[in-house]
Design a protein around this ligand. Structure first.
Ligand SMILES: Cc1cc2nc3c(=O)[nH]c(=O)nc-3n(C[C@H](O)[C@H](O)[C@H](O)COP(=O)(O)OP(=O)(O)OC[C@H]3O[C@@H](n4cnc5c(N)ncnc54)[C@H](O)[C@@H]3O)c2cc1C
Length: 378
């Protein structure tokens, strides 16, 4: 089957691109194996059982413009030089392509059985953690949470589960380990100290320079120490999803595809990449993986696809950093535009409000506002 424009992925980037292509009246196909789209920043709340799934999800088909056909399948291979892609069931050809498939948890370094490993990359992962952690708390009188990875996902998840255990009357010994020597190295010392002091006050141990060495049914070994029967979470970064790319590309270590300023792939002016799948560099550094960059990058890629279809020149993407917040139940650390640093409950509220603003229906928006208003307990 042939489409003038094909979009891979119905996340923030893919959906925005579909809407940007709406006015062209061209036939667009959007491929995504997931029937619902998920507000990923709410995953730590969902995993800890602090928010209902309903406010974080929406049927993808309801969010697409009329000219877009949803194909509920994953792309498995892209032949960049032949304008062709494959799924398990069919082959599609295209004039313009957008790769907006996001990122998935990085499982490459894991050499032990994955059965006891919990990751947090999508809604199913959050549901699994919530279910398994509840069962774990039920089974044991001395719960032990071990989280590998001190990125934002690891820290948020650790706090969310640690507080959940306490709320369930089963206070938990929690340790977060990371191979890196410094916690949150991109933060100024003062903000880093704030996060560390908060974690310590919660009774959460942070061990830097410590890697997980093994994991089996009985124990985990991390940084030379033994952890008996831990609930184990693995949050060591995310990588480009497993699609075979035939043709030359340049990638970062995490598989993100390096793009030209107009978000097209070098040597492939009709193939664009946006969101977490793209390595967009600004002042020599790749942009972080974040909702706003995906949202505006997807919209920009869609507009450039429309320009190409109309035979007009494309324009460069000029990303604007709207800041960020990392929420930890009752406190936060974040940076607003103008290099203004914020902390405390205000940041948690802003985070949930932003989740509402970028959410997909009035019901979801209202749910996020309620969350921002009432806050999570400690
Ligand atoms: C736990 C967690 C917490 C986060 N917290 C924050 C936060 O607080 N603030 C913030 O700004 N950002 C946060 N992020 C990052 C943010 O969610 C991402 O940057 C954003 O979702 C990227 O959008 P995207 O459209 O590129 O990808 P996604 O939103 O991930 O969408 C990708 C879509 O592609 C589909 N897909 C995957 N493979 C294929 C394939 N082979 N073929 C077709 N479709 C495919 C997927 O099903 C998915 O629907 C968080 C992410 C996670 C995982």
């Amino acid at each position: 089957m042939h489409f003038e424009a094909v979009i891979l992925g119905g996340g923030f980037a893919g959906r925005r691109a579909a809407h940007a292509l709406r006015r062209t009246g061209r036939k667009v196909a959007l491929l995504d194996p997931s029937p619902v789209t998920t507000m990923l920043p709410l995953l730590p709340d969902l995993a800890g059982g602090w928010a209902p799934d309903e406010i974080a999800i929406h049927p993808l088909a309801d969010l697409l413009p009329r000219n877009a056909t949803l194909i509920p399948e994953a792309a498995t291979a892209i032949h960049l030089n032949k304008n062709r892609l494959e799924t398990a069931n069919q082959t599609l050809t295209f004039d313009q392509l957008l790769i907006a498939v996001g990122a998935t948890p990085n499982l490459r370094p894991i050499t032990w059985s994955r059965e006891r490993v919990h990751v947090l990359g999508n809604l199913d992962d959050a549901r699994r953690i919530r279910r398994d952690f509840a069962a774990y708390l039920h089974e044991t009188d001395t719960p032990r949470l071990l989280v590998s990875g001190t990125g934002y996902t690891g820290l948020e998840l650790a706090v969310s589960l640690h507080v959940r255990a306490r709320a369930a009357g089963k206070p938990c010994q929690t340790t977060i380990v990371d191979l890196n020597p410094i916690l949150l190295p991109s933060l100024p010392e003062k903000q880093r100290r704030h996060v560390l002091d908060f974690l310590t006050a919660q009774g959460i141990e942070v061990r830097m320079d410590a890697a997980v060495e093994s994991l089996d049914d009985r124990q985990a070994v991390a940084g030379g120490r033994i952890y008996e029967r831990p609930f184990f979470c693995w949050t060591i970064g995310s990588v480009f999803p497993g699609i075979q790319l035939h043709g030359q590309t340049e990638t970062l270590r995490d598989g993100r595809l390096l793009v030209r300023p107009d978000l097209s792939l070098p040597g492939h002016p009709n193939i664009f990449v946006a969101g977490d799948a793209a390595a967009v560099t600004r002042r020599g550094q790749p942009l972080r993986k974040a909702v706003n960059f995906a949202y505006y990058g997807g919209r920009h890629a869609g507009r450039n696809m429309a320009r190409r279809l109309a035979g007009r020149p494309t324009r460069p993407f000029r990303p604007m950093d709207l800041g960020w917040v990392v929420p930890f139940q009752t406190t936060s650390v974040g940076r607003l535009p103008g290099n203004i640093w914020i902390r405390g409950r205000l940041g948690v509220r802003l985070h949930h409000l932003m989740c509402g603003v970028r959410n997909y229906s009035f019901k979801n928006f209202a749910g996020c506002v309620k969350l921002a208003w009432k806050g999570n307990p400690t």
